[in-house]
Design a protein around this ligand. Sequence first.
Ligand code: MG
Ligand code: MG
Length: 248
Amino acid sequence: MIKIKNKEEIEIMRRAGQVVAKTLDMVAEIDLEGMTTAELDRLIEEYIRSQGAVPGFKGYQGFPASACISIDEEVVHGIPGRRVIKTGEIVSVDVGSIVDGFYGDSARTYPVGEVSEAKAQLMIWTKKSLMAGVDKARDGNKLGIVSSTIQQVAESRGYGVVRCLVGHGVGRQLHEEPQVPNFGFPDDGPILKTGMVIAIEPMINMGTENVKTMPDGWTEVTADGQPSAHFEHTIVITDSDPIILTVA
Ligand code: MG
Ligand code: MG
């Protein structure tokens, strides 16, 4: 069942969203080159806790860290570790927080130093696809309008839209109903209603849409080894414009 949040719940979720937004703003200020993903994860965990929140991903279904950090061909769910971040790479950082029992969830992809024009365009269009989808997340619209809009924007550039990983409802659980695919038909899915909170998160590949899971059981990589980008916002459906909870 899709939960409708009341005003008080949305106010708490706004605070959870602010924590992840400020965390991702903090990451944007760091010179990532030469840092290991484990070092970046430690800074992220410290920052989340300094805001009086709990890292939402740590221990979630056994995930060992506070952020998912996924470089280049890694799509999502990269486990922070010894990999050293290099100039020219694009780094997806996905962060969750818990405030008073409610989750915030957001992701951004960052360029490290000078990146290729192709990678820069991939990031630009992944973000554009997210924002185009957010704009369609309105009371009375079918969820499929959001999904199909994201797909159209990404595929108009010839990119691969990941199928097997999707966005989701958010609340007291990190993953609630409904699933929010980044592809589909405008008539698909439930009708969106005021008070629904969803995380929209296109994962867009430069090449094939196909992904595979690495032996660590978490890290998803593109099947063809080409780069992938990921942007995510947690938003609230209202009776007018959607409200993005995960911007500072
Ligand atoms: Mg996320
Ligand atoms: Mg998510």
